[in-house]
Design a protein around this ligand. Structure first.
Ligand code: RP5
Length: 168
């Protein structure tokens, strides 16, 4: 499907198709909340002009939160944040053969003052949290999402309680 024409409050931007395996959990989590995100492959380094144009036009196209995931020298989230006032959530990806994602973590989180990127954990845990954080941001202005979030947190609590009580 061509998601370039899709309208959604959330965009999930990945630096490479090799990031999709990790970011699928983010996309799935968003869909669980009823949000079908715009998904794009855009590279800060390989397609810098497309990255700049995407970020500059994101708000106008209906996007309210951008999730950006990249590995290695992960400048994608920061490059997008530099060109929009929308909240940008950065997901560091552990690239094959690299230092376990620490390179991407530092590249994503160490933004200069005035240009924040809300950086989550490396890999799949961060990918899922990026979706939940995006929903938490959107829920401030969307009551239906606030209700879904409350249910999500309750279900999460119940799961732990059940696991605890199943221990002998
Ligand atoms: C980054 O470089 C991408 O986000 C990816 O994590 C990493 C490697 O990219 P590929 O060589 O797999 O396309 O820009």
């Amino acid at each position: 499907m061509n998601s370039k024409k899709k309208i959604s409050p959330v965009a999930v931007v990945i630096g490479s198709d090799s990031d999709l395996a990790v970011m699928q959990s983010c996309i799935d989590q968003l869909k669980d909340f009823g949000i079908d995100p715009v998904v794009r492959i855009i590279s800060a380094h390989r397609t810098p002009q497309i990255a700049a144009d995407f970020a500059a036009g994101a708000a106008e196209s209906g996007i309210e939160v951008i999730i950006a995931a990249a590995g290695m020298a992960a400048h994608l989230a920061g490059a997008l944040a530099a060109r929009t006032t929308l909240p940008v959530i950065g997901v560091p990806i552990a690239a094959f053969g690299g230092p376990a994602g620490l390179d991407a973590l530092l590249s994503t989180v160490q933004m200069p003052p005035g240009v924040p990127v809300a950086t989550v954990a490396i890999g799949k845990a961060g990918a899922k949290n990026a979706a939940v954080l995006a929903v938490q941001i959107l829920a401030l202005g969307h009551k239906d999402l606030a209700v879904k979030l409350a249910d999500f947190k309750k279900a999460q609590t119940q799961k732990v309680i059940q696991k605890d009580s199943s221990l002998s």
